[in-house]
Write a protein that binds this ligand. Structure first.
Ligand code: DGI
Ligand code: FE
Ligand code: FE
Length: 393
């Protein structure tokens, strides 16, 4: 049998790789092609941190309906960077009867002399490459001649391929552009669903937010914020809201909770925000109103869903959006919460989100009436909206 071996980081695998596989298979009459995602050398992990499992999964999806190609996890299982010469040694021992064709892109082909034990590689495999459509073929042919004087058997296939790079795909994914035509559909879906190659800025921003809230909050309140962020993200995934936004909203929702009331009033005044009578009456509501304004104007959070979720996380209101409900309930069910009914609340959140809203609002209202505290009209509005819906049906 003629077996092609095509190694690469495949971060991600794309149509250019697959075109090369098929061009080579057609031209050389290959019976099988083994795709071999490479393990990542430790020093590269920071630059290209896509998990081995993700790169492997994308390769498998890319060729799931392709009888010619298969994916090997051999190098990834070895851990760290592998050398082609070692992989070929393993494969030729496993398949002593077969002929191996080492497939590679044009860039790689030009670097072959620096590969470990080049002289042994050429003993074990035919070296094959395909030119790119925007580069002349003669350079590759000149290199092939040199390699042949060193004992190699080379094939430079005459059909140039369109240039696609994994970098270009990562950039598209990062800016939310379509990956259509660049990667197989199943791979595009995998990238989106798993949030691969998302703007590093988003992640760093949450890291920055953590530092900011840690400096403003007591240790317990900081832990609470992390727990609410985690719970909000979980609920967002479950209910189809944006998990990143939910996480950010969770981190920031109590950002001014440990700020003195006088200072909160000062901040509101500085921002030109006036409190209505009901709000003036309850200091406990201020941190939500002020907090939303603070994260918008001081931290530069512009997303209106995050801002309203924070704004209404304490009182709730009628007509809440999905992210608002996610944060409101996450604040009740986060891992750090410990009140009498917390188990009931947690069960309801997972079984019946609307019932959970009703329960949370009822609980809050009960607590407040027990203390003879005023109830903000927004809270009553949220409660009535749900109660009226029930009394009609
Ligand atoms: O900030 P957290 O403690 O995590 O939670 P939160 O923002 O829901 O604040 C809860 C406090 O706010 C709790 O002491 C009850 C109070 N609260 C919630 N809704 C109302 C309210 N207080 C008044 N006066 N009126 C309300 O409608
Ligand atoms: Fe709060
Ligand atoms: Fe909270």
């Amino acid at each position: 049998m003629k077996i092609g071996l095509f190694g690469g980081s495949f971060d991600p695998i794309h149509e250019g790789h697959l075109a090369l596989v098929h061009a080579a298979a057609d031209a050389l009459g290959l019976d099988r092609v083994i795709l071999m995602p490479t393990g990542m050398p430790p020093h590269k992990v920071k630059v290209s941190s896509t998990a081995d499992a993700d790169r492997l999964a994308m390769c498998r999806l890319a060729v799931q309906d392709d009888p010619l190609a298969e994916v090997s996890d051999y190098e990834i299982r070895q851990g760290g960077a592998s050398f082609t010469v070692d992989t070929l040694t393993y494969l030729t021992e496993e398949h002593p009867e077969d002929t191996f064709y080492l497939l590679m892109g044009a860039d790689m082909f030009l670097t072959l002399l620096s590969w470990k034990r080049f002289e042994d590689i050429v003993e074990m495999a035919v070296l094959c490459t395909v030119p790119r459509d925007d580069e002349p073929i003669d350079k590759l042919e000149a290199y092939a001649k040199t390699y042949e004087t060193l004992g190699a058997d080379c094939r430079v296939l005459p059909m140039p391929l369109r240039r696609i790079s994994s970098t270009q795909i990562r950039e598209c994914a990062q800016s939310g552009r379509s990956l259509e035509g660049l990667v197989p559909k199943a791979v595009a879906q995998y990238i989106v669903e798993n949030g691969l190659y998302r703007a590093a800025g988003d992640v760093d921003r949450n890291e920055q937010f953590k530092d900011i809230i840690r400096a403003r909050l007591t240790p317990a309140r900081y832990e609470h914020s992390l727990a609410v962020a985690a719970e909000a993200k979980r609920l967002a995934i479950k209910w189809g809201a944006d998990p990143d936004k939910a996480y950010t909203a969770g981190l920031l929702h109590d950002i001014l909770k440990n700020t003195k009331p006088e200072l909160q009033l000062q901040i509101l005044q500085d921002f030109g925000i006036l409190l209505d009578t009901a709000e003036q009456a309850s200091k406990k509501l201020w941190h939500a109103i002020c907090g939303a304004a603070f994260i918008e104007r001081v931290l530069g959070v512009k997303d209106p869903e995050i801002l309203t979720a924070v704004r209404y996380h304490t009182t709730a209101r009628a007509g809440m959006g999905l992210l608002e409900r996610v944060l409101y309930l996450a604040d009740f069910t986060s891992a750090d919460r410990d009140y009498d009914d917390v188990d009931v609340m947690r069960r309801l959140v997972d079984e019946d989100p609307e019932e959970a809203m009703m329960y949370a609002l009822g609980y809050t209202i009960r607590e407040l009436t027990e203390k003879n505290a005023p109830i903000h009209p927004d809270t009553i509005g949220a409660y009535n909206e749900l109660a009226l819906k029930r009394s009609v049906t």
